[in-house]
Design a protein around this ligand. Structure first.
Ligand code: F6P
Length: 546
């Protein structure tokens, strides 16, 4: 159904006129005026604490944003998602990653099918299989225990399991080394295969569609490599597959007992909770995988039931929307102050940018009068501080930050943790406060006055730069599950505000089709087509180099 354009709504217009004032605000002043600001502008759920007080907004801004969320039907759309309505309008699919982490007694049906039973049926198989590999009952074809697991997948079939296995490193089985091969670049496969022994390696071919070119090429290469060392009969002990495309798995030659299905109502970037999470269950064990699902479910329940003003994903989405639409921030930097979350920014890039990187509304109208998804990027603190934080503090763009940290470490080096947290908190303070010219002058007092004045502009920080801080006690399977679900639902709410379909990704198709054509040309199987001058020239150079 066609919605009124975002900018024509009463609540958007109220925000627009409010923004004229807010754009002049200094956060330093907002904190000085309201000693309770931190308490007022922070909230907690499912083991996550969100401080959003270091943003250029106040209670009224939040109230207006909540009005907008209501007017845009964010709550209704949320309920429709949980209910299994086909809200992915261009693919006619339900969006039910939340069902993957719902308890057994929660009845959810899609097209008359009881999907809770299906989900728990596959979970039982994941448990049995991961238990067998971990406890050494599942052996390679020469009778040896599995030592290495190579997940072959790309996008959502790689980023989620890889990020989670790294994040839960502390819980990993000591015998199992996880490898993730995603890139069609043969160097990726070469690096993994050079480290593993075919007798003790398990390959997981993970692809929702089982047609993705990179994954299929990597899967075939792995199969050929394996068959150089073992017979066809041995494949069953070393190759398993995860997909919604059971026919294609059979065609690839994988034993039907080694298939772990999932369903078209699970989007690729929302699939780590499905059988795509098999590497996680193998790495940390089924019990912790179940905790991971339970953590996400706790956040789902919060998202489903809490009023907008106390609802973490709603707040995170609304604050981000405010920064994007009214403060003109074109990118968001994610800064986990936890080394084990070092793939989290990359994971969020797919989640948010593939979901909301859209320029037409759900009804297909071109969006011309507002911005949608900002660029998401980042790296772990403190490393980023010594690389690109210069631009964040003193560059011409204002980039909101999400700081993520745990209050307690999972190691015994307490001094390291204090230093880490000190840096995390100091950065958000510095972004917020900045440093005025007068403060710089005080610092430089005693030096040559002309030299002081020459240095002042270089040493001044504008400040007033927004950030959120998300804290949790420890990084556990449950808090990690909640953290991912928080961002999933933030993405959902922003998609609802922008009126885009967050669940398709047609933008990746054009390049795929052209790559197929050019690949055939490079291999000499097809006559060069008439491309543009640049592409023709590049192809010619590549062919000449063969
Ligand atoms: O090309 C984009 C995409 O479809 C992503 O949405 C998806 O996560 C990835 O490719 C991998 O797809 P599949 O799991 O079907 O191989």
């Amino acid at each position: 159904m066609r919605q009124p354009s975002l900018t024509s709504t009463a609540s958007y217009q109220a925000l627009q006129s409010h923004a004229k004032d807010a754009q002049q605000w200094q956060m330093r002043d907002l904190f000085a005026q309201d000693p309770q600001r931190f308490e007022r502008l922070s909230s907690e759920a499912a083991g996550l604490f969100l401080d959003y007080s270091k943003n250029r907004l106040d209670g009224r801004t939040l109230a207006l944003l909540a009005d907008l969320a209501r007017e845009r039907g964010a709550e209704k759309l949320r309920d429709a998602m949980f209910n299994g309505d086909k809200i992915n309008l261009t693919e006619h699919r339900a969006v039910l990653h939340t069902a993957l982490r719902a308890p057994k007694d929660k009845q959810i049906t899609v097209d008359g099918q009881d999907i809770t039973a299906d989900v728990h049926g596959v979970l039982a198989r994941i448990k049995a299989f991961s238990d067998a590999v971990r406890n050494g009952q599942w052996l390679g074809h020469t009778g040896k225990e599995i030592t290495d697991i190579v997940n072959i997948g790309i996008g959502g079939s790689d980023l989620g399991p890889k990020m989670v296995c790294l994040a839960l490193r502390q819980y990993a089985h000591p015998r199992l080394t996880m490898h993730f091969v995603s890139n069609v670049d043969g160097h990726d496969m070469d690096a993994a295969l050079s480290r593993v022994n075919p007798e003790t390696t398990l390959f997981i071919i993970a692809s929702k569609t089982f047609t993705t070119a990179e994954t299929m090429m990597n899967a075939n290469t792995a199969r050929q490599w394996f068959l150089k060392h073992a017979s066809e009969a041995a494949l069953a002990k070393h190759f398993v597959a995860v997909s919604t495309n059971v026919e294609a798995i059979k065609k690839f030659g994988i034993d039907p007992d080694n298939m772990f299905p999932f369903w078209d109502w699970v989007g690729g970037r929302y699939s780590v909770w499905s059988a795509i999470g098999l590497p996680v269950a193998l790495c940390v064990g089924y019990g912790y995988f179940a905790d991971f699902l339970a953590g996400a479910h706790a956040l789902d329940e919060h998202f489903r039931t809490a009023p907008i003003e106390e609802n973490l994903p709603m707040i995170l989405a609304l604050v981000g929307f405010w920064n994007r639409e009214f403060l003109g921030c074109a990118s968001v930097s994610i800064a986990p102050y936890h080394q084990d979350l070092n793939r989290f920014p990359a994971y969020l890039q797919q989640l948010e940018m593939e979901s909301n990187g859209k320029r037409v509304t759900r009804a297909g109208d071109t969006i011309t009068d507002y911005e949608t998804c900002p660029v998401i990027w980042g790296d772990v603190g403190t490393n980023g501080q010594h690389a690109y934080f210069q631009l964040l503090h003193q560059g011409t763009d204002v980039t909101p930050m999400d700081f993520i940290a745990t209050l307690r470490p999972a190691h015994e080096f307490q001094n390291h943790h204090a230093a880490l947290l000190a840096n995390c908190f100091a950065q958000s303070e510095a972004f917020m406060k900045g440093k005025t010219a007068d403060e710089v002058r005080v610092d430089l007092a005693g030096q040559d006055p002309a030299e002081i004045e020459r240095l002042v502009p270089h040493k001044t920080f504008p400040g007033n730069r927004p950030s959120n801080t998300i804290l949790m006690e420890y990084l556990t399977p449950a808090t990690l599950g909640a953290l991912i679900a928080l961002y999933e639902h933030k993405t959902f709410v922003q998609g609802a505000l922008w009126d885009v379909n967050s669940f398709d990704q047609w933008g990746v198709e054009l390049g795929k089709v052209l790559a197929k054509k050019i690949e055939a040309e490079l291999n000499g199987d097809a006559q060069p087509a008439q491309h543009d001058g640049s592409t023709n020239g590049l192809i010619a150079r590549a062919k000449a180099a063969v």
